[in-house]
Design a protein. Structure first.
Length: 142
């Protein structure tokens, strides 16, 4: 069991950070006319995954953390949906899209496993401890 004191230590957050880099690299290849349309929407959805994991962790409540993880998972699905638009419009190759989609799917599975773990763990969260405590969590493997 790992003791996690900062959201940066969470594997799901680290994978979300990787997703942001993948999405920004992919959207950099889109036509310039898409800079403020599809590209921007994909980037915002990817950043939302990472940000919601961080915000949920910092809320200090297991219940709130789980809710933010669900939102992060939803944003992950949004990125996947946008990938189909990019593919259909031929803004990226099938292999480029597949690489990002597969990363999203792995992250989504990991988020769901983490949600299930937290819901069944009995951990209330750091705001329920007298001192600024930590989450003791076992990060699920996927």
């Amino acid at each position: 069991m790992a003791t996690v004191q900062r959201f940066e230590e969470l594997q799901v957050w680290q994978q979300a950070r990787e997703l942001v880099a993948l999405v920004y690299a992919l959207t950099a290849k889109f036509p310039r006319t898409e800079t403020f349309a599809l590209a921007n929407q994909m980037q915002r959805a990817a950043v939302s995954v990472m940000s919601n994991i961080a915000e949920g962790f910092e809320r200090g409540s297991n219940t709130e953390f789980v809710q933010f993880l669900y939102i992060a998972r939803g944003s992950c699905g949004e990125v996947r949906s946008h990938l189909y638009v990019a593919l259909d419009l031929k803004y990226a190759s099938q292999s480029e899209i597949d690489a990002v989609r597969e990363h999203c799917e792995r992250l989504s599975r990991r988020l769901q496993a983490f949600i299930e773990y937290l819901k069944s763990s009995g951990i209330k969260g750091q705001k329920f401890h007298e001192e600024r405590a930590i989450y003791e969590i076992e990060q699920p493997e996927t």
